[in-house]
Design a binder for this molecule. Structure first.
Ligand code: HSE
Length: 436
């Protein structure tokens, strides 16, 4: 049988990796898919840049529309990233009756509902395994392997750059900006490093995970996002003293009132496996009612790791080309007309525990004031740490762990604590999840 011809939009890190993997594993991939997969046409930014040896037969162009309009191609692989141009190209490819594979989490999180509707109408597939957690087959695991479960919550370390930074800060006491530069050099970071550090990249991925877990439309605009740039070495050390690690976590949980959708630094007990996921590695913990917890771990970024997911999607589509095209796995795991309208909860309605760090004057009654404010708002304290004052300074650090409480109550408490004359500056608040 003739090979399936594909077109690549972008031949950077992931595009190059995809060509390399398709070529190196050509024989096995053909045996798995039932037909060969041939990269025939690729859109690149600079035609003269060096390419992998295996890409010498690929026709190159700088016009991506030439690729999506090429009638010879069955599948378009979108790897240029970003929102607008990627959306236009993917919709055009769908209109032209082509299947699409994309690693673009921003595109799916923001324009996925529109893209899936167009794909459904035209009878083509849009596959996006590489968009979440790089090489970890988490979309397939949740959409297919865990399809018998009611998913209760998911928590993931889904940005390799952020995890790399937090790990290096803890292990080597390195400076935030040095570690970020190293992640950029290694090719893990997004073009705009704010996307990694401020949690936007993780929120894109979490939005996708929430939809396939709970069967709701993609709602990136309702995700709460908080970055790691304010985490200090002190917070990392105090957390460690209390038996916790700080991770940049994406958490989505189904409650009776709606769905929590939040990305923020989080304390996790150090004995949890996920607390020990270090460096650029990603992990997603899924709590299903039948199976209990399952932990999915692997490389969340990098050329061949991400290509592994791209090629798996290609194999799925090529297999479907030879079987019943009507009988596909739905894009968001649930049939499009069976999506739920369960709301995404505003951040003030979510419930979590907290780590609080504040600078207080070392005098009688200060702790009593703080605990009274917390007590009046029914916030229960789990642990308190008061450190010695450094060099007889007037202020000492006080660290508190609380039990679970609504974010709204904690916001009210922080306003009152920060207004006390004995408290200097803002209170540092890091959310804490037991994940049990
Ligand atoms: N910048 C992303 C990360 C790349 O660091 O995880 C993969 O999406």
């Amino acid at each position: 049988m003739k090979p399936v011809k594909i077109g690549l939009l972008g031949m950077g890190t992931v595009g190059g990796g995809t060509v390399t993997v398709l070529t190196r594993n050509n024989n096995e991939i053909t045996r798995r898919a039932g037909r060969g997969i041939l990269v025939a046409h690729a859109a690149v930014r600079d035609i003269n840049r060096a390419r992998p040896d295996s890409a010498t037969d690929v026709i190159l162009t700088t016009d991506p529309f030439e690729v999506v309009n090429n009638p010879e191609l069955d599948i378009i692989v979108e790897l240029i990233g970003g929102y607008d141009l990627a959306r236009e190209l993917v919709l055009k490819a769908i209109e032209n009756g082509k299947h699409v594979v994309t690693a673009n989490k921003a595109l799916i999180a923001v324009h996925g509902n529109e893209i899936f509707a167009a794909a459904q109408k035209r009878g083509v597939t849009v596959a996006f395994e590489a968009a979440v957690a790089g090489g970890i087959p988490i979309i397939k695991a949740v959409r297919e392997g865990l399809a018998g479960n009611s998913i209760e919550w998911m928590a993931g370390i889904i940005n390799g750059t952020g995890n790399f930074i937090l790990t290096e800060m803890r292990d080597k006491g390195s400076d935030f900006s040095d570690v970020l530069a190293e992640a950029q050099r290694l090719g893990y970071a997004e073009a705009d490093p704010e996307f990694d550090v401020e949690g936007i990249d993780a929120a894109h991925k979490l939005t996708i995970l929430a939809s396939i877990a709970f069967g709701v439309p993609l709602q990136f605009d309702k995700a709460y996002t908080e970055g790691i740039s304010k985490i200090t070495g002190d917070d990392v050390n105090y957390a460690e003293e209390l038996g916790y690690r700080i991770k940049h976590l994406g958490v989505t949980r189904r409650t009776e009132e709606g769905i929590e959708l939040r990305v923020h630094p989080t304390l996790i007990p150090e004995r949890r496996l996920i607390a020990n996921v270090d460096g650029v590695m990603n992990a997603v913990l899924v709590q299903g009612d039948a199976v209990g917890p399952t932990l999915h771990y692997g490389a969340g970024a990098g050329a061949e790791a991400t290509a592994s997911a791209v090629v798996a999607d290609l194999v799925d589509i090529v297999r479907a080309l030879t079987t019943d095209p009507e009988n596909r796995v739905p894009h968001l795991a649930f049939q499009p007309d069976a999506l739920s309208d369960l709301p995404i909860l505003p951040m003030e309605s979510i419930e979590t525990a907290y780590y609080l760090r504040m600078q207080a004057t070392d005098q009688p009654g200060v702790l009593a004031d703080i605990t009274r404010i917390l007590g009046d708002l029914e916030i229960s304290i789990e642990a308190i740490l008061q450190k010695e004052s450094a060099n007889n300074a007037l202020h000492v650090p006080i660290i508190l762990l609380t039990h679970r409480v609504r974010e709204k109550q904690m916001n009210d408490a922080l306003k009152q604590i920060e207004a006390l004359a004995s408290i200097r500056g803002n209170v540092t608040r890091i959310r804490l999840e037991q994940l049990s």
